[in-house]
Design a protein around this ligand. Structure first.
Ligand code: ZN
Length: 387
């Protein structure tokens, strides 16, 4: 060590013990690895700690002042780096931080959140439904009411730590006595011992139970929506407050409608003649899936006009016949029309069609080659990239 120890601490050679201590404390605050992990600073901290180790000890300081090797045969050389910032502060402030330890670990803690999945049909997702669910969670033990002690008994303060949950370990060092607190092994840090644990819950204060819960599923939910039910999850250890219960929704496929965000899609098939001549179709609404009172006034079906000359693949967009949004509004219903070509013609039908073809000059069609139609392509794209 080449540098002067007084210079290292920034004190004069005649500084008293208190001044030296103050100087080191100030530097320790700034340089300790817990505060400043930079390697260069750590090296500086070690050197400053070595200087303090010598100058804080009257005998070592005297030897150093006489020009002796201050570190000859000294144990615990540069120990300062091995203590935490808190340890050092404790040593200086008379264990102020130590006496403000964490205290006993609470036996009563908040429980964990729980998750259950529920499948609803499309109409339930769209319009909301009340659903009864069977929920398995930890609940407060009714035998001990959560404190984990058998009836007639009660938790008693731990004798080892006197209820503190922590025991002090004192280490002697050049810093003085360094107190560190560790969880009490006898009570595992709880500060109390349950001499006679409740048999029902083995002292945990909670037991598993199945209960039935009615959950209000709001209109507009979709697959992946999670409904949060505050404090309906797992009760915590020691009968602590329950975590939350999350109900995750899965929407079952519907035989008629597919859902795309808040829009519904369906496909209707019409005979070639109807597509050519025009017609009116009666289609079911999604509301038809929900049991309605006779005079509820809810439309269970609606009429869709197929205009004369409708092509296969034509989409009809019906505003506001989709799914209500969770935040209001309502999507559209998109009806795709598929024109069905007649098959298995009897002789009479064939004769009529040939006659029609002749009148329309279509007996020998050439067929036009052109790019894939926009609507077919668009629907394929939508099918692969639902938005
Ligand atoms: Zn119990």
């Amino acid at each position: 060590m080449s540098q002067d120890l007084y210079d290292l601490l920034g004190v004069s050679r005649d500084a008293d013990a208190e001044t030296i201590k103050k100087a080191y404390r100030k530097m320790a605050r700034r340089l300790h690895p817990d505060v400043n992990p930079d390697p260069e600073t750590q090296e500086q901290f070690k050197e400053v700690s070595r200087a303090y180790e010598v100058l804080s000890d009257p005998q070592k300081r005297a030897a150093y002042d006489r020009g002796g090797d201050p570190f000859g045969g000294v144990g615990g050389f540069g120990q300062g780096a091995g203590f935490s910032f808190t340890d050092i502060m404790d040593a200086f402030f008379g264990g102020a931080a130590a006496s403000a330890g964490r205290g006993p670990r609470p036996r009563v803690r908040r429980g964990q959140d729980a998750l259950i999945r529920v499948e609803v049909d499309l109409a339930e997702a769209a319009f909301g439904v009340d659903r009864e669910l069977k929920v398995d969670t930890a609940v407060v033990c009714t035998t001990c009411h959560g404190d984990g002690a058998a009836p007639g008994s009660r938790p008693v303060p731990c004798e080892t730590c006197r209820g503190a949950g922590e025991v002090a370990h004192v280490q002697r060092s050049f810093l003085g006595e360094v107190r560190t607190l560790r969880p009490c092994a006898a009570c595992r840090g709880f500060g109390s011992i349950i001499p006679e644990p409740c048999r029902e819950c083995s002292g945990d204060g909670r037991v598993r139970s199945r209960r039935t819960l009615t959950v209000k599923i709001p209109a507009g939910v979709d697959t992946g929506t999670r409904i949060q039910l505050t404090e309906q999850g797992e009760v915590g250890p020691g009968g602590g407050p329950a975590g939350d219960l999350y109900v995750e929704i899965t929407v079952a496929p519907h035989p008629t409608f597919t859902r795309n965000g808040n829009d519904l899609h369906c496909t209707v098939t019409v005979p070639m003649t109807a597509a050519a001549l025009g017609t009116t179709l009666t289609l079911p609404t999604l509301e038809a899936d929900v049991e309605q009172g006779a005079d509820s006034g809810v439309e269970t079906s609606f009429e869709l006009e197929i205009r004369p000359g409708t092509q296969s693949g034509a989409d009809r967009v019906l505003k506001g016949r989709g799914v209500p949004g969770l935040r209001g509004g309502r999507g559209d219903l998109v009806v795709s029309v598929v024109v069905e070509t007649p098959t298995a013609l009897d002789p009479r039908q064939e004769e009529l069609l040939r006659e029609l073809a002749a009148i329309r000059g279509e007996e020998d069609p050439t067929g036009q080659v052109r790019p894939a139609s926009k609507s077919v392509f668009g629907r394929l794209r939508d099918a692969f990239n639902p938005h």
